[in-house]
Design a protein around this ligand. Structure first.
Ligand SMILES: [Zn+2]
Length: 71
């Protein structure tokens, strides 16, 4: 059958999304505790909208992607 259960791309690959306070900050990820734990690595957004940890696939996004609030 080709009936779709209607999964979004966003839902299909459920990954944890972590908001970071500062897009310019170096992000340290150790996967948290439990099965996904891994040696800490450091990621940088470097202007990208998100960066994924290549160990645990957690996705880091800047908390405020558009710094265009009323200035
Ligand atoms: Zn990780």
């Amino acid at each position: 059958m080709i009936s779709r259960t209607g999964p979004d791309d966003r839902i299909m690959n459920a990954r944890e999304i972590i908001e970071v306070e500062d897009a310019n900050e170096t992000i340290g990820c150790d996967g948290g505790s439990g099965a996904l734990g891994h040696p800490v690595i450091y990621l940088r957004l470097e202007g990208r909208p998100h960066v994924d940890c290549y160990y645990c696939s957690r996705r880091f996004v800047p908390k405020m992607p558009h710094p265009e609030s009323a200035a």
